[in-house]
Design a protein around this ligand. Structure first.
Ligand code: MN
Length: 500
């Protein structure tokens, strides 16, 4: 992997790529990681380069690519974030900071639900700039590809986390291709026997299906040409292995019932052409009833758009899925949120809105752009998984997380606090009663003073005294959150009233 490959990819997908910045980031990172090696024995710099390449291949911007190249610098080398900010500016440093923060946090708690929920919260929090999350996904993607070099227990833990948290997040961001790739990589380590079995039983079928699909593709090309429909691309899409496994489980492992093992994908210029193509295909191949899906009029919750139909192929009983879409739908389905960057230069929601609030302020434009995408993704996220609206609004409010830290209760709950927060802030964030009855605090099991500055990722245990309801007035001098201050004052007032 060389930097030139990264740049070539980036330029192909994104005309606004700034080669100079990317090269500068590369030189800096290369020097910083000099002499370091990955567990596989290869030079460390390969990892950030691979991460950057994934991002370049989906059309992410120069800032994101540069941040990806630098993403392990503050954590693993002697160079600091401040240095990065001086060299590369606020935006890149901010993205790197987000990644570093997420990496530092060791999630606690034994209960699985806690763990996953907390990790999701982290992601939400990091997504003050959604690009942080996208970099994190690309980072994980490469780590999964090189997982073989790690010890067995680590492989399992990382693969499981990938399957349960990272892949669903890629899915929420509409990054279907990355989601499928992450799941397939994890599959091998999480369910090794099932993985072997599936690979064995599908190998031959895949081959047969591919041949059949290729034959039909040739026929469809001829038919569409006759009807004067321009085909931008037509290809066979192989189903991802892990998805296939899940589907097989539903169908008693009968592979003949999987119609989309290899699907035909047709990309045509305009939405109108999608419907025309569907009609033409149905004229030649009978569709299976109830399997015609118009995800253009009714997109999936994650924004997925396409027409799907299952047809009877030329060989009797061979059913095949056909997917029809425009190039834009295709890019969005494959790259999800990244496609918004790809298209942001052209007519888009963003530009329409900008026209309404006429502004040439570059900073404002990029801010609007970020907000729009962020809000849109949050909305999708909510639709799918967060039913609790209060939770949703809380996460919306968690906006600019650069000054936030995350601490944990011994049970594994995440408490988010401003930088400089103390155990008293932590206690009141849990519950007013906990705050009022606090007499001490422990960090990682060691007693600390109540004005201790909590560090990111620490486990805080609050020591309480049963029946104590009066806070100490002095706490007001060092508490950081207004929530704690208000609650302390309240409790003190009540105490005074009782005395009178
Ligand atoms: Mn990394």
């Amino acid at each position: 992997m060389s930097i030139n490959q990264v740049i070539a990819q980036a330029q192909e997908k994104n005309a606004n790529t700034n080669e100079k910045i990317i090269i500068k980031a590369y030189k800096f990172a290369k020097k910083a990681h000099e002499g370091q090696k990955r567990a596989s024995g290869e030079p460390y710099i390969n990892h950030p380069l691979e991460t950057a390449k994934t991002l370049a291949s989906i059309g992410m911007d120069t800032t994101t690519i540069s941040a990806a190249i630098l993403h392990d610098v503050p954590e693993d080398t002697e160079h600091t974030l401040t240095e990065l900010e001086k060299e590369f500016g606020k935006e890149i440093a901010f993205l790197v900071q987000g990644i570093t923060k997420l990496g530092k946090i060791k999630l606690r708690g034994n209960k699985k639900e806690y763990y996953l929920e907390n990790l999701r919260k982290m992601f939400l929090a990091m997504a003050a700039d959604i690009r942080t999350v996208v970099i994190k996904l690309a980072d994980r993607y490469h780590n999964m590809k090189t997982l073989d070099s790690l010890p067995k227990e680590k492989q399992y833990r990382i693969a499981k986390e990938t399957m349960e948290v990272y892949a669903p997040i890629a899915n929420r961001l509409g990054m279907g291709e990355l989601k499928g790739a992450l799941e397939d990589l994890a599959f091998k380590y999480v369910y090794p026997q099932k993985y072997q079995k599936i690979t064995k039983i599908t190998k031959e079928k895949y081959q047969q299906r591919k041949e059949l699909v290729n034959k039909i593709i040739e026929k469809i090309k001829v038919i569409l040409k006759k009807e004067k429909i321009k085909i931008i691309d037509i290809h066979g899409r192989t189903k991802h292995l892990y998805r296939l496994y899940l589907k097989l489980k539903k169908h008693n492992m009968n592979i003949d019932e999987i119609y989309d093992l290899v699907a035909i994908r047709i990309i045509v210029p305009k939405i109108r052409n999608c419907y025309e193509t569907l009609g033409i295909i149905h004229k030649h191949y009978k569709p299976l009833i109830n399997r015609i899906k118009d995800y253009i009029s009714l997109p999936k919750p994650n924004g997925y758009k396409s027409l799907h139909t299952t047809i009877f192929g030329p060989q009797q009983g061979k059913l095949l899925e056909v997917q029809i879409r425009t190039p834009k739908m295709h890019e969005e389905a494959e790259f999800g949120i990244a496609a918004h960057w790809l298209y942001s230069g052209k007519k888009s929601l963003i530009n329409t809105i900008l026209k309404r609030n006429i502004t040439n302020n570059k900073e404002r434009i990029s801010q609007i752009r970020k907000e729009l995408i962020w809000v849109k993704q949050l909305r999708n996220w909510q639709k799918e998984s967060i039913e609790d609206t209060e939770e949703f609004f809380k996460s919306l409010k968690i906006d600019f997380f650069n000054d936030r830290i995350f601490a944990f209760t011994p049970a594994g709950d995440v408490i988010d606090l401003p930088e400089g927060a103390t155990p008293i802030d932590f206690a009141y964030a849990i519950h007013t009663e906990v705050g009022n009855s606090t007499i001490g605090a422990k960090v990682e099991g060691q007693p600390v003073p109540l004005n201790y500055n909590i560090q990111n990722g620490e486990v805080i245990e609050i020591v309480t005294q049963k029946g104590k309801t009066k806070p100490d007035e002095k706490w007001l001098d060092f508490t950081k959150t207004s929530m704690a201050k208000v609650k302390i004052k309240d409790a003190l007032k009540k105490q005074k009233k009782i005395k009178i």
